[in-house]
Design a binder for this molecule. Structure first.
Ligand SMILES: NC(=O)C1=CN([C@@H]2O[C@H](COP(=O)(O)OP(=O)(O)OC[C@H]3O[C@@H](n4cnc5c(N)ncnc54)[C@H](OP(=O)(O)O)[C@@H]3O)[C@@H](O)[C@H]2O)C=CC1
Ligand SMILES: N[C@@H](CC=O)C(=O)O
Length: 799
C-alpha cells in the first residue's frame, strides 16, 4: 500500500465508525452523539456512518421492484414515512424541517435514478441521511460539525484505493476544528461513477479514511463489546479479548470473523494506527484493541480462537497460479480461506454460495481450479502458542467424522460433514482455549507417606494435564522448606536438603501470596502445624490432612477451623486420618446425605495393631515385631502412639465428629496395649524397658491361645437416642468372630445404620502403609480437583 502517498495530517486524528444498528433510532443517534462528546476534543474527529437501521435493505427492496411503479412508490412512501419520523424524533423542529426537506428531495429523485440505472445513487441515500442527521444533531449540541459525502473524495480504481487522488480531494473538504461526519459504504470509481463498497463497506470506509488522515485510532463501534475467542452465542464462556495482534486479526478476518473483515484491516496494515472494536451499547467498556506489530511487545501473548464457517466448498489449485486467495475474496466480497499447504497444490475454502462465481472468475484469468462438490463445515483453531498440540481435540472430533485436517504452526482447520453442536464447540473451546487452572500444592511432611505422595504426584500431573495443572509450590519438613514456583518433582528431595529454615509467619505469608486455587497437604504428625490451619485457610488454602491432630483438636479449636472454612469458602478433606485409603468417612457422608441414620461404628481401626496381633506368635519378642511394622511404614512416627491405643482413640473421635457427635478425646474410654508408664520419655527410654511390653504381650497371647481365641484391638462407637458411648480396648475374640478372619494390617469398619441393621455394612482392607495412605491422599486431591473444574456434583470452586 502506498502509505507515503496519503495526505499529511496530524496523527492525533481519530476515526469513529457507527454501523446501522448503532443508528437505528433517535435514541441510538443520541447515544452516538454522547459517545462523540466523550472523545478528546483536542484531536481531529472523523465520524463514518452507515445507513440507519435497515434502510439499505429497504432501498434494495425498492430497487428490486423498480419496474413495478405502484410497488416502488408504495415502498418509497413507507420508507419516507419511517425516515421522516426518525428525523423528527432526533432533531429539534427547525433542523428537522431542513433535513426532512433534503430527504424528500433525495427520495423524489429515486424513480429517475432507477430509470437511469443509477442504483448506487439510490443506495447512497441511507448513509447521506445518517451523515446529515448526525451532523445536525451535533450542531444542535454546539459542536462544529459538517456532513461529508465520501463520494466527494474517496476514489477506487479496480477495487483498490487511489490514495493520491483521494488525499488531494480530501484536503479540499477538510475544515480545521470541525467534526466531519462522513458517509460510509459509498465512493466513486476512477471514472467518477458512484460505487458501493459491498458487505461491511462502512468499516472499510472507516479504515480507508483512517489511512488517509493518518489517524492515531480507528474505532469500529458495533453491537459486541469485544472480539471473542469463539461465537459467544454458542460458547457461553467465550473470552472477550481486550487485545488481539494484527496478525491474528488478519487470520480471523480470513476465516470469516463477523466483526473483523479482511478489507477492513488492509488499509491500516503497515501503519501505526490502532484499531479498536467497541460496543456503542456499552461505551463504558474499553473493547478490544487490534494492535499493530509496532505497538505490540514481541513477547505479547497470542490469543487462542475457535471459529467455524458452515457450508463451504473446497477448491484445489496449482501452487504456481498468479492470483491470491485475498484477491478472490476481494472480488467475491466473501471470506476465502487459504488452507495450510500440504503438498504441491493450494487448497482454498469459500462459501458454497459463491463457488460458481469464483470458478467463473478464475476461468477468466485462465486459472484452473478443481471443485470438490461436497459441502463442508470448517472448524478452525487459531493457536495461542505455536507449539500447541491438538491431540485431545483430535480425539474429541474423531467421532464427528473429520474428512480433512490442515495444520500449520498458527492454525488447524478441520473439515467436517456436519456443523458441530454448541455442546461440542464448548468442549473444544474448553480443551483448546480456556486457560487451564493451576492448583498450587503446598506439601508439609516429606517422610514415609509424604515421599510416596510426592512420587505418585508425577502420574497425577499427567492424568489431569488436559484440564488442570498441578504445581508443586512448596515442600517442607520440620527443619527446612523449599518455597518456589513449580518445583520439579524429580528434584524435590535434593532441593529440600538445601532448603532454608522456615517460620510459621514466613510460610503463611508465602502461601497467601500464591495465586488461587491452592491446597495444603498436611502429611506431618505435628499438633503445632495443625494449629496453623485457620491461618492457611485465611491465606486461601483448601486442606487435605493425613495428620490426625487437626481433626482431633479440642472441640473449640476444631470449631475455629470449621468456621474459617465457612468464612473463606474452603474445603477440608481428611479421609486418610481413619483407615488410611479406605473411604470410610466418605461412605458415612454418603449414607448421611442420603438420609440414613448411623447407630454404631465398630471394628479394627489400627493397621499397626492389626498387623502386630496377626503376626505375633510368641516366636520372638513382641517389640521385634514392632520394629518390623515400623520398617514396613505402618506405624506412627512414634509407634507408641499405636501401642498406647491413642491413635485408635483419635480415629474413633474422627468418625464421631464425622457423624456430628461433639466428643472430646477424653470422652472415649481407652484401654492401652502399652503397659502404664512406657508411653513416657523418649523412644530410647522405652526401648530400654521393652521387655515389660514383651512380657505383658506374651502373657495375654498365651491366655488367648489357651482359650482358643485371637487378640484384636477393637474400637466401638454406639449412638443410642442421641447418646454416644465410645471405647477402644484389647479384646479376645473367638476364631468365628467377624474380626478374627483378617489379613495382617487389615482395618475393618462395621457400620450399623437404619438401612444396614441386621446385616451391617462392612469396609475392610489395609488400613496403614505408605502406598495406601499416599493413594488415599490422592483420592482426596482428585475429589478437590473435580470440584475445582466443576466435574463433581458439588459446585465448581474456581470462581
Ligand atoms: N503411615 C501410615 O500408614 C499412615 C500415616 N498417617 C499419618 O501421616 C502422617 C505422616 O506419617 P509418616 O510419613 O509415617 O511420618 P514420618 O515421620 O515418616 O514423616 C513425617 C514428616 O513430617 C515432617 N514434620 C514433622 N513435624 C513437622 C512440622 N512441625 N512441620 C513440618 N513438617 C513436620 C517430618 O519432618 P522431619 O523429618 O524434619 O521430622 C517428616 O518429613 C502422620 O500424621 C500419620 O499419622 C495417616 C494414615 C496412615
Ligand atoms: N499407624 C496407623 C497408620 C494409619 O493411620 C495405623 O497403624 O493404623
Amino acid at each position: 500500500m502506498q502509505v507515503q502517498a496519503k495526505a499529511q495530517h496530524s496523527n492525533t486524528a481519530q476515526v469513529h465508525k457507527f454501523g446501522g444498528s448503532s443508528l437505528a433510532s433517535a435514541q441510538r443517534f443520541a447515544a452516538v452523539a454522547d459517545i462523540l462528546q466523550q472523545q478528546n476534543c483536542q484531536q481531529a474527529l472523523w465520524v463514518v456512518v452507515s445507513a440507519p437501521g435497515d434502510t439499505t435493505d429497504a432501498l434494495l427492496a425498492i430497487i428490486a421492484v423498480a419496474e413495478d411503479t405502484a410497488a416502488r412508490d408504495a415502498a418509497l412512501n413507507a420508507l419516507q414515512a419511517q425516515l421522516t419520523a426518525l428525523v423528527q424524533q432526533t432533531l429539534a423542529a427547525e433542523a428537522a424541517t431542513v433535513v426532512t426537506a433534503q430527504l424528500q428531495q433525495w427520495l423524489a429523485a429515486v424513480p429517475d435514478a432507477l430509470a437511469q440505472q443509477r442504483v448506487n445513487d439510490v443506495l447512497a441515500i441511507g448513509e447521506r441521511l445518517s451523515a446529515l442527521l448526525l451532523s445536525e444533531l451535533l450542531k444542535q449540541q454546539h459542536f462544529n460539525a459538517v456532513a461529508v459525502d465520501a463520494r466527494d473524495f474517496l476514489r477506487l480504481k479496480q477495487h483498490q484505493p487511489d490514495w493520491t487522488a483521494s488525499a488531494e480531494l480530501l484536503a479540499k473538504y477538510t475544515q480545521p476544528g470541525c467534526i466531519h461526519v462522513v458517509t460510509g459504504y459509498i465512493a466513486r470509481d476512477d471514472k467518477g461513477r458512484s460505487i458501493t463498497l459491498g458487505r461491511n463497506g462502512s468499516d472499510y470506509s472507516a479504515t480507508l479514511l483512517g489511512a488517509l488522515v493518518q489517524a492515531a485510532e480507528v474505532t469500529i463501534w458495533t453491537d459486541v463489546k469485544a472480539i471473542y475467542s469463539a461465537d459467544p452465542r454458542k460458547v457461553a464462556c467465550a473470552i472477550p479479548y481486550s487485545q488481539v495482534s494484527w496478525q491474528q486479526a488478519c487470520q480471523l478476518a480470513q476465516l470469516g470473523n463477523p466483526v473483523l473483515h479482511a478489507r477492513t484491516l488492509a488499509p491500516l496494515t503497515g501503519t501505526d494506527t490502532v484499531l479498536q472494536v467497541r460496543s456503542s451499547y456499552e461505551p463504558e467498556q474499553s473493547g478490544c484493541c487490534v494492535a499493530q506489530p509496532s505497538n505490540t511487545q514481541p513477547s505479547a501473548a497470542q490469543q487462542g480462537f475457535i471459529t467455524e464457517l458452515n457450508d463451504v466448498t473446497l477448491l484445489t489449485l496449482h501452487q504456481d497460479i498468479a492470483v491470491t486467495a485475498e484477491r478472490l475474496a476481494l472480488e467475491l466480497q466473501q471470506p476465502v480461506i487459504e488452507l495450510p499447504q500440504q503438498g504441491d497444490n493450494l487448497c482454498w475454502l469459500l462459501p458454497t454460495v459463491c463457488a460458481e462465481q469464483a470458478l467463473a472468475w478464475l476461468a477468466e484469468l485462465n486459472v484452473h481450479a478443481v471443485w470438490d462438490t461436497r459441502r463442508y463445515c470448517a472448524v478452525a483453531w487459531l493457536k495461542a502458542d505455536q507449539a500447541e498440540q491438538a491431540t485431545v481435540a483430535d480425539q474429541l472430533l474423531q467421532q464427528y467424522a473429520v474428512l480433512h485436517r490442515y495444520e500449520n504452526a498458527q492454525q488447524l482447520i478441520w473439515l467436517l460433514p456436519e456443523p458441530l453442536s454448541a455442546a461440542v464447540l464448548q468442549q473444544l473451546h474448553q480443551q483448546l482455549i480456556l486457560p487451564k487452572p493451576v492448583l498450587q500444592l503446598v506439601v508439609a511432611g516429606a517422610g514415609n507417606v509424604g515421599a510416596e505422595f510426592l512420587s505418585m504426584l508425577v502420574t497425577q500431573q499427567q492424568r489431569f494435564d488436559s484440564t488442570l495443572k498441578l504445581n508443586l509450590a512448596a515442600v517442607l519438613n520440620s527443619r527446612q522448606a523449599v518455597l518456589g514456583s513449580n518445583i520439579a518433582l524429580s528434584q524435590w528431595q535434593q532441593q529440600l536438603t538445601q532448603g532454608s529454615h522456615w517460620t510459621a509467619e514466613q510460610l503463611t505469608s508465602y502461601v497467601a501470596a500464591l495465586p488461587s486455587p491452592k491446597v495444603l497437604v498436611d502429611i506431618t504428625p505435628s499438633l503445632d502445624f495443625a494449629r496453623l490451619y485457620p491461618e492457611f485457610i485465611a491465606a486461601g488454602c483448601h486442606i487435605i490432612s493425613a495428620n490426625k491432630q487437626g481433626v482431633t483438636l479440642p472441640g473449640a479449636e476444631y470449631q475455629q477451623i470449621k468456621q474459617a472454612l465457612v468464612q473463606y469458602k474452603r474445603q477440608w478433606f481428611s479421609n486418610t486420618t481413619c483407615g488410611a485409603g479406605i473411604p470410610v468417612q466418605r461412605t458415612l457422608q454418603e449414607l448421611l446425605s442420603a438420609g440414613d441414620t448411623i447407630n454404631e461404628v465398630s471394628g479394627i481401626f489400627s493397621g499397626t495393631l492389626s498387623w502386630l496381633l496377626c503376626q505375633y506368635d510368641g516366636s520372638k519378642p513382641f517389640s521385634d515385631f514392632v520394629l518390623d511394622a515400623q520398617q514396613a511404614g505402618l506405624t506412627e512416627p512414634d509407634p507408641r502412639d499405636d501401642l498406647s491405643g491413642k491413635d485408635v482413640q483419635r480415629k474413633l473421635l474422627v468418625l464421631a465428629r464425622e457423624l456430628g457427635v461433639a466428643l472430646e478425646l477424653d470422652d472415649i474410654t481407652l484401654q492401652p496395649l502399652l503397659p502404664a508408664g512406657l508411653e513416657l520419655g523418649s523412644w530410647q527410654d522405652f526401648w530400654q524397658q521393652r521387655d515389660i511390653l514383651d512380657t505383658e504381650l506374651a502373657t495375654v497371647f498365651a491366655r488367648a491361645n489357651t482359650a482358643g481365641k485371637v487378640l484384636r484391638y477393637v474400637a466401638s462407637l454406639s449412638l443410642e437416642q442421641g447418646k454416644a458411648s465410645a471405647k477402644v480396648a484389647l479384646e479376645l475374640v473367638s476364631a468365628e468372630h467377624a474380626l478374627a478372619a483378617i489379613a495382617p494390617c487389615d482395618n475393618v469398619f462395621v457400620i450399623r445404620s437404619g438401612w444396614y441393621s441386621a446385616n451391617p455394612l462392612v469396609l475392610k482392607g489395609p488400613g496403614a502403609g505408605r502406598v495406601v495412605t499416599a493413594g488415599g491422599l490422592h483420592a482426596d486431591l482428585a475429589v478437590l480437583i473435580n470440584q475445582l473444574i466443576g466435574k463433581a456434583t458439588a459446585p465448581a470452586l474456581l470462581t
